[in-house]
Write a protein that binds this ligand. Structure first.
Ligand SMILES: *Cc1c(COP(=O)(O)O)cnc(C)c1O
Length: 461
């Protein structure tokens, strides 16, 4: 009955320009996979059919954004595209001041350098790789204050990104609020699998932090996706627009860092947005050192124009419903086939549980790496390992970390693939699932020292 009540959505656009996809034979894929050492990061994108490696900077821009690219004002100072971007950020995110940056980590670098002094602590609802690194480079120590459910892949909590106020309070009591320059709130939480934060949690967090004079800084990279989940999961917000929800969310923070390569529907760009004049003034000073003049921050005028237009498009209900609807569609189909995935399905990716998928492989035989390789071999679809290879080694003992989860991530770029591509993806996963018992594991034959998942090489056992 539920199924009949739900009206299908279709992609809310039609296609004007096409980029042909290359279909390869199994023989060609076998060769490409061996050349890449069974690591999907080392495949040439030319050998990939459907690329679900990441949704970062892989968005398709609209005709309106492309038209905006032609209106790029490439003046060194005071480009009109900067003012358009500033207007869009003020209108939709609600912050007063804007500092453009080349991408998200540029903004993270600047805010970390300004606010963190050596010996300080920076709590956050789970870490993100670049965010935490910039905090550490500035002399801070990251402290995880996300609710326990975030670490449990079988928990069906609707807002697994929520901040645990008890954990935050314990830190404040232990180190003192003056040692905490700000709290980072990721909306949504990428490393927890794109899990959202509820509006009621954001309000409580704001109240608590105000009482203790601690700033709240959003990682707003996927805030529009978070707004979608608030609308569909938090009763009081079901009749509010995505734009209204986004604006209210940001009102519970002092600033945000943003990677425009996600929500903002562009291929490159980011920004820092703030409400405090003093901090803005310093950030505007610093951006000149690291990114470029404060009215372009490492971006061309046309990039800023595309981002301004992308922001406006990103908050449209038809867009966000179809964007997340596509991820949910794949999640539902895989679940119907009995294929093990992480639930609830989140905003940008479906995670396959490789431990359950390939129960005959020991973790040291790299089940997730193996599954990603097999899926490519089967279909030319590229995914990413999130398991023992990504986890790396313990610096002290030199042994592998053995993470609880062995996952592969199927990440959906915005507006790039159609429902038919989704169907093919599901069919390909199912075909691998049907021959899972015959799949053999891998051994690592080359291991780089840092972030080994990018360049490690493997051979079949
Ligand atoms: C991608 C991402 C970043 C970093 O942004 P870049 O544009 O890649 O520098 C920060 N936080 C989150 C949640 C992200 O997804």
């Amino acid at each position: 009955m539920e199924k009949y009540k739900k009206r299908s959505w279709a992609e809310p656009y039609k296609i004007k320009v096409v980029e042909p996809l290359k279909m390869t034979t199994r023989e060609e894929r076998k060769r490409a996979l061996e050349e890449a050492g069974f690591n999907t990061f080392l495949l040439k994108s030319d050998d990939v059919y459907i690329d679900l490696l990441t949704d970062s900077g892989t968005n398709a821009m609209s005709d309106n954004q492309w038209a905006g690219m032609m209106l790029g004002d490439e003046a060194y100072a005071g480009s009109k595209n900067f003012y358009h971007l500033e207007e869009a950020v003020q209108k939709y995110y609600g912050y007063k001041y804007l500092v453009p940056t080349h991408q998200g980590r540029g903004a993270e670098n600047i805010i970390s350098k300004i606010l963190i002094k050596p010996g300080m602590f920076v709590p956050g609802n789970m870490y993100f790789t670049t965010t935490r690194l910039h905090q550490e480079l500035a002399g801070g120590t990251f402290v995880d204050v996300i609710i326990d459910e975030a670490h449990n892949p079988t928990s069906l909590h609707p807002f697994k990104g929520n901040v645990d106020l008890n954990k935050l309070d314990a830190l404040v009591r232990k180190v003192g609020a003056d040692k905490i320059p700000y709290l980072t709130v990721g909306v949504t939480v990428n490393m927890a699998g794109g899990q959202p934060v509820s509006m009621s949690n954001l309000k409580e967090v704001r109240l608590y932090c105000q009482k203790h004079c601690i700033r709240v800084i959003f990682d707003a990279t996927r805030a529009v996706e978070n707004a979608y989940f608030i609308k569909v999961r938090e009763k009081e917000y079901e009749n509010k627009s995505i734009a209204e929800i986004l604006h209210e969310m940001c009102s519970y923070s002092d600033a945000c860092t943003m990677s425009g390569k996600k929500d903002c529907l562009v291929n490159i760009g980011g920004f820092l947005a703030l409400n405090e004049w003093d901090v803005f003034e310093e950030a505007r000073n610093m951006v000149v050192v690291y990114e470029g003049l404060h009215t372009y921050g490492g971006l061309a005028g046309r990039d800023m124009e595309a981002m301004a237009r992308g922001i406006e498009e990103s908050v449209q209900w038809d867009h966000i419903r179809a964007r997340i609807g596509q991820v949910e569609y794949v999640g539902e189909k895989l679940t119907d086939l009995g294929i093990p995935i992480v639930l609830p399905v989140d905003g940008h990716a479906v995670f396959l549980d490789a431990k359950t998928f390939l129960p005959h492989l020991k973790q040291i035989e790299f089940p997730a790496q193996t599954l990603a390789a097999e899926l490519y071999l089967e279909s030319g679809i590229r995914s990413m390992e999130r398991g023992i290879v990504s986890a790396g080694r313990n610096k002290e003992t030199g042994d592998h970390y053995y993470p609880k989860l062995e996952l592969i991530r199927l990440t959906f770029p915005r507006r790039v693939y159609t429902q038919a591509h989704c169907d093919v993806t599901v069919e390909a996963v199912d075909e691998v699932f049907n021959r899972r018992e015959s799949i053999k594991g891998l051994k690592m034959v080359y291991e780089p020292k840092y972030l080994r998942f990018f360049q490690a090489r493997f051979e079949r056992l």
